[in-house]
Design a protein. Structure first.
Length: 348
């Protein structure tokens, strides 16, 4: 229990922090040194060990999402150690957090707690949320201040680089899977960071994975097969048998009608991204027979706690490519061009 501010006496006496900052949409991130921030009431300061790069960061940098803050430090798949506690960091929501605790900080950075959505347990749809790396500074940095109630202890994870992609790619994948239902034969469209983690969960659950990639992306198809996929092919290929559900991680609207054609009667198509290019018109008959399309928005803390408990049991391992923090622009570019498998992770 902590009532006043606490600072780790073992921490290096750093008075400044560094961050890669988006000052202007569409421009490269810029290295900045700043005074070390003090956590406010209910907040913690975390010394960052790793931060994965998500496609949403690309949408933020490229200006495809509205309502963000500028300047902003992107990054919302943060793993680090608690270094300072603000006043009042205690209570039922923030057990297990102490100086030195390894924590994960996701996209959902804060919710209001009293809007109709929060009141119904749909905090992912909160009317007045804060998002890490979008409306509050995120993890492309050496340090970050976070709301303690939205930081998760990562006791079971000893490799911060491997854990970082779980904080969004893993969590959003998990929420998308819950929306997809209990079917046996699941299609994953776009086999990047999220899909390669979710495929491991699906195999652990004994379900079939069908991986759809960009035509000719033999690297992603090989990764899918290595992770136990039953089938891997191009996104415009029909699956060998109708799917029970399909989850779209690629931000490509053309995939929605393709996925609808691949699911059985009553099947579901779940769009996992925060942004997607326009969905082309399609004939009603491919939606008919009670097929469904739905999107997934953000995450709840419950999703996070569920997934972070399952991931070690399922032996989920992230494939990562690491970049020094200063090379965040190169990591974003490589993600945009699909130059690596799995997930990119920045290390300060
Ligand atoms: Zn709310
Ligand atoms: Zn993300």
């Amino acid at each position: 229990m902590t009532t006043g501010s606490q600072i780790d006496p073992r921490a290096a006496p750093a008075e400044t922090m560094a961050a890669m900052v988006l000052r202007q949409v569409g421009a490269p991130l810029v290295w900045e040194e700043r005074p070390l921030p003090r956590p406010g009431p209910g907040e913690i300061r975390v010394r960052i060990e790793a931060c994965a790069v998500c496609r949403t960061d690309l949408h933020v940098v490229d200006g495809e999402l509205r309502g963000g803050m500028l300047p902003i430090v992107p990054g919302h798949e943060i793993v680090g150690r608690v270094e300072a506690l603000g006043p009042g960091v205690s209570g039922p929501d923030v057990t297990d957090l102490d100086i030195g605790t390894r924590v994960g900080i996701p996209w959902l950075g804060h919710t209001c707690g009293h809007c109709p959505y929060c009141a119904e347990g749909h905090e992912n749809l909160c009317d007045a949320p804060q998002f890490t790396g979008f409306t509050r500074d995120g993890g492309f940095a050496t340090h970050v201040v976070a709301d303690a109630a939205y930081a998760f202890p990562l006791d079971g994870f000893d490799d911060p680089v491997a854990a970082a992609p779980l904080l969004c790619a893993g969590l959003i994948g998990w929420r998308a899977l819950k929306m997809a239902g209990d079917g046996q034969r699941i299609g994953l469209y776009g086999f990047g960071a999220a899909a390669h983690l979710l495929a491991q969960v699906l195999r652990w659950q004994g379900r079939e994975v069908h991986a759809f990639t960009r035509p000719g992306d033999s690297g992603a198809q090989a990764l899918a097969l290595r992770l136990g996929a039953t089938w891997a092919g191009a996104s415009d290929d029909p699956p060998p048998a109708p799917l029970d559900a399909a989850i779209l991680f690629a931000p490509v609207g053309e995939l929605v009608p393709l996925a609808l054609k691949s699911v059985r009667k009553g099947g579901r198509v779940v769009c996992g991204g925060i942004h997607m290019s326009d969905i082309p018109a399609f004939p009603y008959r491919i939606l008919w027979e009670e097929r469904q399309i739905r999107s997934v928005a953000n995450l709840t803390r419950r999703d996070a706690l569920e997934f972070l408990a399952i991931a070690p049991k399922a032996g989920v391992r992230a494939e990562t490519t690491t970049y020094p923090l200063r090379e965040a622009n190169a990591a974003l570019d490589d993600l945009r061009c699909g130059r690596f498998q799995g997930a990119a992770v920045l290390v300060p």
